[in-house]
Design a protein around this ligand. Structure first.
Ligand code: AKG
Length: 417
């Protein structure tokens, strides 16, 4: 009888462990995964994995590399799913070997890679292993110390006149998105959700632990500093020099801190399901009740964390969205879904939800009608949540260091999307 991942989580390892990262679920599933991978032609991977399971760290690295190549052999959706689990398995083997050598940081890095890039089969056990390795790492380093004083990311008010110069032309001069304090669920459903009308909701996230914790660099470093996260580097995802990197959260926090004083390119932790990856941070937020009013279901929670000056270019998403502003301020501009044709979506499928119009530098010859299009905009202040109806176009620029969380959810009748 095989052990389930839930059993493994329930039977969480306690006490001393003799340097062994126990993985009962992996142990019970290894042969099933290897059999499926072999059916997909992964003989060399299977050989390396068997050597890795027997303690060969170079074989573990080689197996991880082979699975990585499979994950990058074509568009993400065309990857044969078992290769994602095979990638997680290779990461887990590597982590076990690093753990046995007392290299907890490297073990955590391997496990994070398994979570970020791998499949769901081993997810619970990867999370459990991260918890265990993190405890070890905290005990070894000073990251467990709670004594450090706060280092605030955002401590001053912004100068609106100064900031306005960095915003797209006509910003804050037409229709502002309405702001409503403590909006009732009924009023949200009636006046916004059903009619597809944006709104800024005030005073509804004061109880989130994140509100008092996330403006402190030391808190974030303590909780997540040694975790690996994917970040975007460059002006924005439509620019040719834009790239993605995997770095530790500590390194990312340092980049935010030095963003004002160096000329390095902007680094943005954007649209990442950080709260599935780092459970301590998930405990700091609360899914707003507004997301459940229409009877649909949550699709994803994403983190958007970066220095002043990050830009998410004009695009739309298929889901209802609440963008909650936890730290700092953002400028947001919204165009109605009905204006899609006038906003010139890109023709390539991958970018068809993004506009060709660069609001920061509008080419009036190519797009002569853009400046006449109606939009709503606002400065989204700390503690406010913006409801963006499905398919509404949005452009977002951070005005300070900023940490936001987006909650995407579906309509009730679209549960099978
Ligand atoms: O905050 C941002 O930079 C972009 C947010 C966004 O596009 C979204 O929540 O869908």
């Amino acid at each position: 009888m095989s052990t389930s991942a839930a059993d493994a989580v329930a039977g969480e390892i306690t006490g001393t462990d003799d340097g062994v990262l126990e993985t009962p679920f992996l142990d019970s599933e290894r042969w099933n995964i290897l059999q499926s991978v072999t059916e997909e032609g992964g003989y060399a991977y299977a050989t390396m994995t068997s050597l890795a399971a027997a303690g060969d760290i170079r074989a573990a690295e080689a197996a991880k590399e082979m699975a990585w190549e499979q994950l990058h052999s074509g568009p993400w959706h065309s990857v044969v799913p078992i290769w994602r689990d095979a990638y997680s398995m290779a990461c887990m083997h590597l982590a076990k070997l690093h753990y046995a050598n007392g290299e907890f940081n490297q073990a955590i890095k391997a496990l994070d890679m398994g979570i970020i890039m791998g499949g769901m089969m081993l997810r619970d056990e990867l999370n459990l292993a991260i918890r265990k390795a993190s405890e070890k790492e905290k005990a070894k380093s000073d990251l467990g110390e709670k004594g450090e004083s706060e280092i605030k990311f955002v401590s001053q008010e912004i100068n609106v006149a100064e900031v306005q110069q960095s915003l797209p032309i006509k910003s804050l001069s037409c229709k502002l998105v309405g702001k409503r304090p403590a909006l009732s669920l009924e009023a949200f459903l009636r006046d916004h959700y059903l009619s597809g009308t944006p709104v800024v909701i005030r005073d509804s996230m004061d109880h989130w632990p994140a509100k008092s914790k996330w403006n402190d660099m030391n808190y974030l470093r303590r909780v997540a500093g040694f975790r690996t996260v994917p970040v975007e580097v460059g002006k924005n995802y439509l620019c040719p020099e834009w790239k993605q990197e995997l770095i530790t959260f500590s390194e990312f926090l340092e980049r935010i801190r030095s963003n004002d004083t160096t000329s390095v390119e902007t680094t943005y932790l954007a649209q990442h399901q950080l709260f599935d990856q780092i459970q301590e941070l998930q405990q700091d937020i609360v899914i707003p009740d507004y997301c459940f009013t229409g009877g649909g279901e949550i699709r994803s929670l994403n983190a958007w964390f970066g220095p002043a000056g990050t830009v998410t270019p004009l695009h739309h998403d298929p889901h209802h969205n609440i963008l909650a502003q936890v730290v700092g301020k953002k400028y947001v501009r919204l165009y109605s879904a009905s204006l899609s044709d006038e906003l010139h979506p890109h023709s390539e499928t991958m970018l068809s939800n993004s506009s060709q119009v660069d609001l920061d530098n509008i080419d009036e010859k190519e797009f002569p009608n853009i400046l006449g299009l109606e939009f709503q905009d606002c400065i989204l202040e700390e503690g406010e949540m913006l409801y963006i109806p499905p398919k509404w176009w949005h452009y977002v620029r951070s005005l300070t260091t900023s940490f936001s969380v987006s909650f995407w959810w579906s309509d009730a009748e679209k549960l099978d999307d």
